[in-house]
Structure formats: structure tokens, C-alpha cells
Design a protein around this ligand. Sequence first.
Ligand SMILES: NC(=O)C1=CN([C@@H]2O[C@H](COP(=O)(O)OP(=O)(O)OC[C@H]3O[C@@H](n4cnc5c(N)ncnc54)[C@H](OP(=O)(O)O)[C@@H]3O)[C@@H](O)[C@H]2O)C=CC1
Ligand SMILES: O=C1CO[C@H](CO)[C@@H](O)[C@@H]1O
Length: 356
Amino acid sequence: MSYEPVRVASIGLGRWANIMANAIERSEKLKIVACYSRSVGKREAFAAKHNCEIEDNLESLLKRDDIEGVIVTTPNDQHAPVIEAAAAAGKHVYVDKPIAVSLDHARRIEKAVRDAGVVFTVGHSARRLAGVRKIKELMDSGRIGEVSMIETNFSNERGLELQPGNWRGDRLMAPGGPLTQLAVHHVDSLQYLLGPVVRVFSFMKSMYTPVDQDTATMTICEFASGKLAYIGANWASPGVFFMNVYATKATLFYDLDFGWWSKADVVDDHSKLILREFTSKGDDPDNRFLHDVPVTLKRGDMFREQFEDFADSIRGLKAAPEIDAAQAIHNIAVVLAAVESSKTGKAVEIEDILNS
Ligand SMILES: NC(=O)C1=CN([C@@H]2O[C@H](COP(=O)(O)OP(=O)(O)OC[C@H]3O[C@@H](n4cnc5c(N)ncnc54)[C@H](OP(=O)(O)O)[C@@H]3O)[C@@H](O)[C@H]2O)C=CC1
Ligand SMILES: O=C1CO[C@H](CO)[C@@H](O)[C@@H]1O
């Protein structure tokens, strides 16, 4: 171990806080020392499970000198107020994705952490999957030629279970439903691979859910480079996560078993990446054959790694975490542009969303 573990507190103790705590416990670089959620039962259950102290309110937690950073896993609309308070108290901040669900909140967060000079990052973990890292490597090395387009999908069955009162079913707290909650991971990975999105066109529909929320979304993105991508996201099917990359020399098919998503220490073992290329490429298009090359993926741990990136930045081993506020804001701007496009039936410029 290279340094004293960064002492952190978990705030917003629902399902995801526990998954994140499991990941932190796989690392020697951080230690959860305290927790806070509004309900007593959640505080007690989390503290017992993760062997940490309980704070009865946010103010008392943030006053503690022994807490260096916070792990924020409150619902999306509660990211900004919690982060503003944490940053003002000088705490470093990790927040789960999306940074926020309005640009106003996202910019408040950006300003709060900048003014306080604290380390800040957002949990866009999917780009750390072994398959996405390998796709980047194959693109950068020239092995697959030039990419023209990428097709992605991130879906699951959560819309079928939504009930009135659940924040995921609220159009303001989760605009675009599965696009905000699931496929925002692909939005981040696509911008990591292809650079900034400049324009989107999207259809969104509400289907098979008891609440008034979009559960089927299809979005086309145009990048500054001119390349294209498709993002499918629904909340009405068993889990799906794939990314197919179309390039001049080869096609990549990356597929991951979503059932393993929350077990990041082994999820890469439940994914596969296939490279399909010409066996021989003569002049005759009727005599061109293809073969599949399985690509070896080295198992990582996207959740542990994102926290170690955060901790290394706090301890000064690197200048800043890989994912900053500006990238996270661009990610949510793409989602908000897609929602706007689905309402107007027109393509929407990201610049217009950012200037609105
Ligand atoms: N990266 C990924 O793959 C995933 C990311 N997420 C993200 O994690 C976040 C949380 O999601 P999830 O755990 O599923 O949601 P939950 O609703 O299960 O948990 C959030 C908890 O936050 C607490 N809370 C609400 N408001 C406040 C507040 N103001 N201060 C302190 N605590 C508060 C609530 O408990 P109480 O009533 O006790 O306060 C609630 O249980 C979201 O931003 C979501 O997008 C979620 C799943 C996967
Ligand atoms: O980002 C996410 C990934 O998968 C989760 C389901 O397990 C979602 O709830 C979540 O919002």
C-alpha cells in the first residue's frame, strides 16, 4: 500500500451506496469511516454492514475533520445540494452518474467544487470495462482501420416494476428514463472513444409501465468528427449491454452479461469481444470471406478503479481523476438534447442545450 487510506463517508444509503461500499472495501486506498441517510433504518443497516460510524445529519458529518471525502449516492436531484454543502466544508467528492439531471444543477456542482478546490469525479464507470478499454486500444493502434459508426444498447426490466413515487419514474428526476439511468454510461464511453457529440435525434416512448415515464428510447448522435453512433435504451426487457464498432478493416462485437454489472470485480469475465475481419480480400465482392477473432479481455474492476483514481488524485499521485465535471456535463447535455429532440421531432444541437 502506497499511502494512508483516504477516509470517506457515504451519503444517500440506498441500493447503490452498498454496491459502491463493496467496491471501496476491495481497495486499500480508501476507508469508509461514516455514513448518513435521512432514514434511521438505512443508516443502521449500512453502518452494521460496512463497519462505520453513523451521523444523524449531514451538517455533523461534514464538520468532522477526520473525513476527507464523500461518496454521494443520493437520487439525481439531490446531488447538487449535498455536493455544495460537502465542497463548502472542504470535502473531496465522488458522485454517481449522472452528475445531475439539469444543467443548472450540474453547473452549480461544477462551481462548488472548483471554488472549494476539492477533487471531484463522477461515476461514469463503463469506459473502464475491459472491453471498452480494449476497443479504444484497437482503434488507437489502427488495427481495425477507421471507425464510421458505433451501435450501442443498455437496457433492463426496471420500467416494468416502477411504481408512482419511485424517483426513477419521474420525468424530472430521470429525464429520458433508461437513457439517463443506463445508457448515459454509453454516452460517456462514446465520447471517450469518438470525441464530443454535436447533435442528436431521438425517439422516446412510454410502454409497459404503470407510470408516466419513457421506457423505450432510440437516439442517433453525430460527433464533431462527423462519425455517427446509435444508443438504444429500454426499461422493458431483460438486461442488455452491447457495443458494436464498425470500422474500415474490421467490425467489433462487444457484449456483456448485465446480470453481473454490480459485481465489478468479475463482470469482465462475463463479457466477450469479437473482432470480425476479412479472411482474404480480393477484387471480387462475391469471394470475400470473413473470420472471427476472439479478443482476450484482462479482468479489471471498474468500480474499485474509479475509487482508486479518486484516491490517487486526493493524495496527489495524479493531477485529477480521469472523469471531470466538464465531461459529465457534456454527457448529461447529450441526454437532455435527446429528450428535447423526442419532444420536438427535430435534431437538437448540443451547443444550443449548453447555451440554454
Ligand atoms: N453507476 C451505476 O451503475 C449506478 C448508479 N446509480 C446512481 O446512484 C444514485 C442512487 O441510486 P440508487 O441507490 O439506486 O437509489 P436509491 O433510491 O435506492 O437510494 C438513494 C438513497 O438516498 C437517500 N437520500 C435521498 N435524499 C437524500 C438526501 N438529501 N440526503 C441524504 N440521503 C438522501 C434515500 O434514503 P433516505 O430516505 O434514508 O434518505 C435513498 O434511499 C443515483 O444517482 C443513480 O443514478 C444507481 C445504480 C447504478
Ligand atoms: O446505472 C445503472 C446501472 O444498472 C442499474 C441496475 O442494476 C441501474 O439501476 C442504474 O441506474
